[in-house]
Design a protein around this ligand. Structure first.
Ligand code: G6P
Length: 365
């Protein structure tokens, strides 16, 4: 097993470090000469689709949440994101001309598979974003976009999540192009930007000791909140899940604007609030939410883009990610949050790769 970890203490840390490579591989699998080539979904099919349902569980659902914002920003598609375990028991009217995108690392999650089958029964076209080749979802979906994360051993997903995220961006970009909803210049600009993700992840990883230091300061916290708006909210959901699943810290992610509708009553001296603030249009709004919780005693962790240095006026600890198009910022923002939960778990002496009560693939309902 030590050999399989290639010198890393845990699979999770190894897989975190594999992200630049596997994200690059996933991008390269469909990107040729500045164009995105999907073998399965044709441009004509993309033109005829009006409604997209993204259906998944766990972290894959969080990918769907982020993908929703990107698809909505780039295309005229109407998008809904659904938890597979809820979707399958609802009496939802599925629109004609719709596409169901099932996101799953294992391709075996029972609820996601059942949701896929339900969509097919109802005549909805399906696309799986799947990591495991030949898995049930990959076999049964009408179309498959394989992420090239390779085998993921750690129960808490990192590299598969990151690959799913770029797969969703590429899909959104191609939808926009096929439907004539993006200019050539903007498309070329996004291609150039998406290609910078791997090296920027690499850069964040180089600075991991800072996160390790911060993790040592929060290792004993009992509760945490993650706040953000838009894509940052989706990333906060993933950061929060990571922290709770491997560090056993009670953690909740909130859309920053919802703080006032309940959770703010839980903020007291020293409550840690992780704020993800990468979306420029929403920057000031989230900063003002940070100020609100700070005045009630919260200890603030601010995650933002280089250049937003006034973050340090409000946050107690700031982490910067490289500049990138707002649409893709989630791919960078999630990395420090993965590292943070990893180091908190290590600091507490937990079994990082095999957290209690959790399974890598949930094949029971
Ligand atoms: C489990 C794993 C998560 C994963 C979820 C969905 O809960 O621990 O990491 O996100 O299942 O799994 P899937 O294989 O469908 O992506």
């Amino acid at each position: 097993e030590a050999a399989e970890k290639s010198g890393y203490e845990h699979f999770m840390l190894k897989e975190i470090h594999e992200q630049p490579k596997v994200v690059r591989d996933t991008i390269n699998s469909v990107l040729k000469d500045g164009n995105i080539n999907f073998e399965s979904l044709t441009d004509e099919e993309m033109q005829n689709i009006q409604q997209v349902y993204i259906i998944a569980c766990g972290s894959a659902y969080h990918v769907g949440m982020a993908a929703q914002y990107v698809l909505e920003k780039l295309t005229s598609l109407s998008v809904r994101v659904e938890l597979a375990s809820e979707f399958r028991y609802r009496e939802m009217q599925l629109a004609k001309n719709s596409l169901a995108i099932i996101i799953s690392q294992s391709g075996e999650t029972a609820d996601s598979l059942a949701a896929l089958r339900l969509c097919k029964e109802k005549g909805v076209k399906t696309l799986g974003i799947v990591n495991v080749v030949g898995s049930s979802i990959a076999r049964e979906a009408d179309n498959v976009f394989y992420t090239l994360a390779g085998p993921e051993i750690s129960v808490a997903t990192t590299k598969a999540y990151s690959c799913q995220l770029v797969a969703a961006y590429l899909l959104a970009m191609q939808f926009a192009k096929a439907r004539g909803e993006i200019t050539e210049e903007r498309f070329a600009e996004l291609i150039a930007e998406i290609n910078t993700i791997p090296e920027k992840i690499e850069k964040i990883l180089e600075d991991k000791e800072r996160l390790q230091w911060f993790a040592s300061k929060v290792v004993n916290i009992k509760d945490a909140f993650f706040i953000g708006r838009g894509i940052d909210y989706a990333i906060g959901m993933e950061g929060s899940l990571k922290l709770k699943e491997i560090s056993y810290v009670h953690s909740e992610a909130y859309a920053a604007g919802e703080l006032k509708h309940g959770p703010i009553s839980l903020i007291e001296d020293g409550t840690v609030v992780f704020s993800v603030v990468t979306q420029s249009a929403l920057y000031e709004k989230t900063i003002s939410n940070m100020v609100e919780v700070k005045s009630r005693g919260a200890k603030l962790f601010g995650l933002t883009t280089y250049g937003n240095y006034n973050m340090e006026d409000v946050a107690d600890f700031t982490v910067y990610i490289p500049k990138i198009d707002n649409l893709f910022a989630g791919s960078l923002a999630v990395i420090p949050l993965q590292l943070l939960s990893y180091y908190v778990s290590v600091g507490k002496g937990f079994d990082v790769d095999k957290p209690r009560n959790l399974a890598k693939s949930v094949t029971v309902e």
